[in-house]
Design a protein around this ligand. Structure first.
Ligand code: 5AD
Ligand code: SF4
Length: 476
């Protein structure tokens, strides 16, 4: 089915601007009358998609005149952008919300907001409405851009505002107030997911797959570059099926070419790639386009073909390994990362051995490991062969040990080598140490430079490679 893309109706953009201005004016008049300004504390759970949604929220919050609070107890606006992928993250949100009740008593102006993926599940919204009466605003993933209006309503009408849309969300373009500018930036190229992996809640919380027009993506990146951005990460749940739903389909490889042609941009990354959809053209684009970094995040989830089938992943262990081999042949210095899930229903000892085997063959630069978590509404939640918690944990630790050992070994090959680093800032621990990433997405902390290198590409000689980062010295 082709989805018609709409521009945000002018009125809607105008509305967003209007409510931002109304709140801005109110906050300004409070400050002018001698009251202290209002501040906001935003907590984000989950994936890059959520992180990027939080950037958009931050940008709106800044435009409304809020400053950043150092902690929840100093804030006048507290926002939880939630994740529904695993139960742990959900439990944390409930715990944190419970703790805020007291703050509300101390600061009657305080507004508490919960948004994001958890809110797309009706049973959760009901739970929050019933048990957490101090929450002022609830909204979901599809109407992020209406936040200023919802906040204004909550401030002026002093009652709870709940606005969760159960449609797949139109692709909204033309919003001015949703961008913060920095050296690195995320750019959505598509929303939603059609894959329905049997363990995953995302297709239910983020809706069906829909792509942005290439021209809108390119224009957004040009604007970012004008404002100092050097690196973009193109975001989607399955970037390799980009463009299929557009009236005039554009392939992901073609999009990469268009982005590569943008003057002033230095680096392009993308995530997430699904092994069932990655095409040779994308591998060739990574090989041939100078700005596309030699880094591929390719979630395997499990090594066993029968488990992959039960997960509805549509590839076999061998097909996965073939993609890796092909990419490595075309792009010899490519780095790989992956997502691995341990404890999916029915997982046997042999299945775990298959996962370990894949790790040893691929030799991942890094891997994100997850313990399977039952998600209400997904097919796997109903499977009767769930794995006991203690078995899941034992297997998880075993796989993690292998992964960490491999990434430590993989990094050793960088000792003494000179690599290109995009400088992002100073190290958290030491002001005199600069930090940045290589094209292979490895964090490098290095000496010999000063703060004015932030935002620049520099050469760094690696002196001490470790499992999760590398130390070095400025080489030019
Ligand atoms: N339990 C554990 N991990 C999950 N993921 C997705 N759903 C679940 C779940 N129910 C993991 C997958 C995915 C990553 C973003 O989160 O590995 O690639
Ligand atoms: Fe979830 Fe699978 Fe879609 Fe990824 S591809 S978001 S794991 S359903």
């Amino acid at each position: 089915m082709k989805r018609k893309q709409i521009e945000t109706p002018i009125e809607k953009i105008f509305d967003q601007e209007k409510y931002i201005e109304l709140i801005h004016n109110q906050l300004e008049s409070e400050r002018n009358s001698g009251k202290k300004g209002r501040s906001c504390f935003l907590t984000t759970y989950g994936c890059q998609m959520n992180e990027h949604d939080s950037e958009k929220l931050s940008s709106m919050i800044k435009a409304m005149g809020y400053t950043s609070a150092l902690s929840e107890k100093d804030a006048d606006l507290i926002i939880f952008n939630t994740c529904a992928v695993r139960e742990n993250a959900e439990l944390k949100v409930y715990g944190n919300l419970g703790a805020l009740k007291q703050l509300k008593k101390k600061n009657p102006n305080l507004k508490i907001v919960v948004c994001g993926c958890m809110m797309q599940q009706p049973h959760i919204v009901e739970e929050i409405k019933k048990k957490y009466k101090h929450v002022d605003i609830i909204f979901g993933t599809h109407n992020l851009y209406t936040f200023p209006e919802l906040l204004y309503k909550a401030m002026t009408e002093n009652e709870r505002v709940v606005d969760v849309w159960d449609i797949d969300g139109e692709v909204v373009e033309g919003l001015k107030s949703t961008r913060l500018f920095s050296v690195k930036a995320f750019v959505n190229i598509m929303y939603g997911c059609n894959n329905f992996c049997t363990y995953c809640i995302v297709p239910y919380t983020r809706g069906r797959e829909r792509s942005r027009e290439a021209v809108d993506i390119v224009n957004e990146i040009k604007e970012l570059v004008k404002n100092g951005t050097k690196e973009v990460t193109l975001l989607g749940q399955n970037v390799n099926s980009y463009g299929k739903t557009l009236d005039n389909p554009v392939s992901f490889a073609e999009l990469l070419k268009m982005v590569n042609d943008i003057d002033g941009l230095e680096r392009i990354r993308f995530m997430t790639s699904h092994p069932k959809d990655i095409s040779d053209d994308v591998i060739y684009a990574m090989r041939d386009l100078d700005k596309v970094c030699e880094f591929l995040h390719l979630p395997v989830q499990a090594g066993s073909t029968s488990l992959l089938k039960k997960m509805n992943r549509h590839y076999t262990k061998e097909q996965y390994l073939d993609i890796i081999e092909k990419a490595r042949k075309e792009i010899p210095d490519i780095a790989f990362s992956t997502d691995i899930m341990i404890g999916f229903p029915g997982e046997t000892e042999e299945d775990v051995e298959d996962t370990i085997d894949v790790c040893k063959r691929v030799r991942y630069d890094s891997a994100f490991t997850f313990i399977y978590s039952k998600r209400q509404g997904t097919p796997a939640a109903k499977y009767t062969d769930q794995i006991p918690e203690d078995v899941k944990h034992e297997r998880f630790n075993r796989v993690l040990e292998v992964i960490n050992e491999i990434s430590g070994e993989v990094n050793k090959k960088y000792k003494g080598k000179t690599v290109e680093v995009l400088v992002e800032g100073t190290s958290k621990k030491n002001d005199e140490v600069l930090t940045g990433k290589t094209r292979q997405n490895k964090t490098v902390n290095f000496t010999g430079g000063s703060k004015d290198l932030v935002g620049q590409l520099v050469n760094v000689k690696i002196t001490n490679p470790k499992s999760f980062s590398m130390d070095g010295e400025l080489a030019n």
